[in-house]
Ligand binder design. Sequence first.
Ligand SMILES: [Zn+2]
Length: 254
Amino acid sequence: MRKKAYYLCRSQEARIIFKAGKSHDGYFDCAHLCAQTEQAIELFEDNFTSTAVAAFGFDNAPGHQKRAEDALSAQNMPKFPKLWKPGKCKMCNGVLPNGEPQDFYYADNHPTMPGLFKGMKAILEERGFKEEANLRAECPAFTCQDPRASCCCRWILFNQPDFIAQKLALFELVESHGHIAFFYPKFHCELNFIEQSWGAAKYHYHRLPLTHNEAQMERNVRASLDAVDLLKMRRYVYFIQLRTVVPTNSNSDL
Ligand SMILES: [Zn+2]
């Protein structure tokens, strides 16, 4: 297996040099982002007191919205017991109405169904939905709308508090360290200082002489990123705040 070429300098920065493409490092996905975020958290915690809380803002991109491999999800759940894993690992426990954990798998020493996924029917019965457990697995095209409707097993599970509370992998990671995670608004780069920082770095890069090999290109990339220093980033944040501040003492509806 090809060794990853990107690297992190943990004690100094959380920047990653990632060479995208099939024949290089692959494509930067949510797992890469989580790994980088973990490094950024460590860096923050190494440099600030234990009571300091960081706010991590991310672009609202589909690739950033993945759930953990073992996350709760009613999607694709079979109705009846089956040897089933939604991803590379078993689904984590749910929460019963009494607050107890609910294991979605039969024990490995179960006499007739060792290690099988219980299925939506049994999961609902254990939660007290005895009649609803006999509903069909899913409405046609899963077009259910009303959260209170008891129309199909999947929709009922989909609206269970523990399923609703399932967070994104990125948010779970940040919040597990006691910090705050948020997304910048979609399609509003004027409100996102990350985009402005990228724009400034790209502008700097285009003004540098043409490169003739990978080493020169990497050097220029680093120089362009370094050109967007902390002061510039703070300036972008400041101007965004100026744009979005709404006067609190105004009677205007605007
Ligand atoms: Zn339904």
